[in-house]
Write a protein that binds this ligand. Structure first.
Ligand code: AP5
Length: 216
């Protein structure tokens, strides 16, 4: 089984949603740089104060900060039997640093899954998204409604809108994806690791495709 994974895609493609299903099935740690930054912001740490200025405006947190964070996390014991990187790498320098690190620690990437979702759908998903304040699970105001309004089905936490989930910040996030993250598709294609899946499929149908790839 392919156990060292990256899940990629533009904002709203469904990375976090599929990541939650993957880690539940394969029992590997979910390393989401976005979640790590949001936790630091909630705790008011120096990292959180720095990241907040970038994230709320839709910009990328500087590479040196992000790479340092992932290096530390990926070197921990719980990643020895696999890991799922979500939202990292996002730039060529991040991908190069990750290649170097994973080789050094013997945890090379075995598969990169890119979720391809059209722009109009990304806008619809992001502007309607609600996330659980406690466990981070994503919901949607129209097509993935919680059983009880404002309450997470999974943990009972409060559902809120992310501060970067507005039209202005989303335009900036999409532009960063086009300019800095999309070139990574070619980077991983050349390494023979890239698989692209259709993000317009339902969450469960996508998971069937992911299972097939991981177990091939
Ligand atoms: P991050 O948290 O990684 O945000 P993102 O990449 O913008 O992605 P999202 O979390 O918005 O979307 P998603 O693809 O996970 O979609 P989701 O599953 O929630 O990063 C946030 C910020 O942190 C960045 O902008 C940057 O500032 C900073 N940052 C993070 N990593 C960084 C890095 N490496 N370098 C520098 N800065 C970094 O789904 C969205 C909605 O769609 C939900 O409502 C969901 O219910 C619905 N949905 C999901 N899948 C489906 C489906 N198949 N069908 C229908 N609806 C679906």
């Amino acid at each position: 089984m392919k156990k060292n994974m990256i899940i990629m895609g533009p904002p709203g493609a469904g990375k976090g949603t599929q990541a939650k299903k993957i880690i539940a099935s394969y029992h590997i740690p979910h390393i989401s740089t976005g979640d790590m930054f949001r936790e630091a912001i909630a705790e008011g740490t120096p990292l959180g104060l720095l990241a907040k200025q970038y994230i709320n405006a839709g910009n990328l947190v500087p590479d040196d900060v992000t790479i340092g964070l992932v290096k530390e996390r990926l070197s921990k014991d719980d990643c020895a039997n696999g890991y799922l990187l979500d939202g990292f790498p996002r730039t060529i320098p991040q991908a190069e640093a990750l290649e170097k690190l994973t080789k050094e620690i013997g945890r090379e990437i075995s598969i990169v899954i890119s979720i391809d979702t059209p722009k109009e759908e990304l806008i619809r998903r992001i502007t309607g998204r609600l996330v659980c304040k406690k466990c981070g699970a994503p919901f949607h105001k129209e097509n993935r409604r919680p059983l009880k309004e404002g309450v997470c089905d999974l943990c009972g936490g409060e559902l809120v809108q992310r501060p970067d989930d507005n039209k202005e910040a989303l335009e900036v996030r999409l532009a960063h994806y086009e300019q800095e993250t999309k070139p990574l598709l070619d980077f991983y294609h050349k390494l023979g690791l890239l698989h692209t899946l259709d993000g317009m499929k339902g969450v469960d149908a996508l998971m069937i495709d992911i299972d097939k790839l991981l177990e091939a």
